[in-house]
Design a protein around this ligand. Sequence first.
Ligand SMILES: [Ca+2]
Ligand SMILES: [Ca+2]
Ligand SMILES: [Ca+2]
Length: 412
Amino acid sequence: MSEVRGARSSRRPIFTRIRSVLTSTRFSEEHLVMAAALMATLLILLYAFGALETKGEVWRATFGGPGFDVGSSVLEKAGGLVVAGRTNSFGAGEYDGWLIATDSKGRELWNRTIGGPGDDEATAIVAARGGGYAIAGGTGSFGAGGSDGWLVRTDHQGREVWNRTFGGPGDDWAYSLQETGDGYVILGETDSFGAGGRDLWLLKADHQGREVWNRTFGGTGDDGGRSIKRTADGFIIAGFTESRGAGGKDLWLLKADPNGSEVWNVTFGGSKDDIGEAVIERAGGGYVVAGGASVPPEGGLGDAWLIITDDQGSPLRGKIFSVGDSGRDLATTVAATADGGYIVGGWSSAGGLYSWLLKTDGAGEKEWDFTIPDSGREEGSSLLVAEDGGYVTCGWTISSGNPDMILVKVKR
Ligand SMILES: [Ca+2]
Ligand SMILES: [Ca+2]
Ligand SMILES: [Ca+2]
């Protein structure tokens, strides 16, 4: 690992300029009443036009160099944030996994690259038992050939404690990670093992990263896992399957017991491609799945999809959302909010390629959505609900002319 300098951070004070103009003006006493009236009028106008009610950025921070730098997963820790992703601006060659710790306003505290000469990426980060972090991803630098699934344990400063690769001669990759109390479970896809094509891949490791078991799920088509959450009775998994369902890829929801054995699985979708990107357990039972639905007649991934199921995976609600009328939209992450609703993160290609937040109530009905200017995200990229109730998303921005990693805090 090596430390990288030169990352940039910027903030966008939306109302700061208004405030500075008002406070820098020298009011005479007789103008104070007029000024107060003006300010009251301004506040009324702001309110009338919804400005005070509008979602907006609290801050944004960008990190990167001349190459492509992107954030995939963000974690809140005491007094700050840690984001995991990848960079080909810094490190040991091609892409490297990239960890950046910031304070609570996105100002960098430290950063580390992880990897070798090949393509390496950190896709998920969790707090490790005993302090520090565990990072899952993929490595093309180390392992058994092609790419391998990758689990890296670091201390609280992001310094590597150990790393393990998992896989065979084909391309294997991890996308999601959970701490299980007695180790880790990682989810991804494997081209080395299973029933043919890619298979959904579930792997349990102990606290030293040594494999305990691994399971593959799928048939002769391409099947993959994107998101896993630990539940009281095992794991809930979202991904896609081409081997079963209604045709093309279907969104795939699987329930596994603590040993990784299947309890049930269900598919959602039509004849075109549908995908599950994220899943959470629902308060009171059942699950909430976010992903993409193909919408005829265009085919392919079309609109963002939110599905609420009971505890057996039977759908209670399915809602399809889009930004504008055209373009492709995808939900890549979902989290529960304190008011019993959900916050969904995704991207939209309507009018460019934008990162997008959608807030729903507990029934999945839209309350508001917010497009984050000059900010994109990739499949699987996460968001977090901060302790103060705001939202932090990660992804990339091309504001500097080439893609840099971005963290954006959006007010609740
Ligand atoms: Ca590398
Ligand atoms: Ca491999
Ligand atoms: Ca398969």
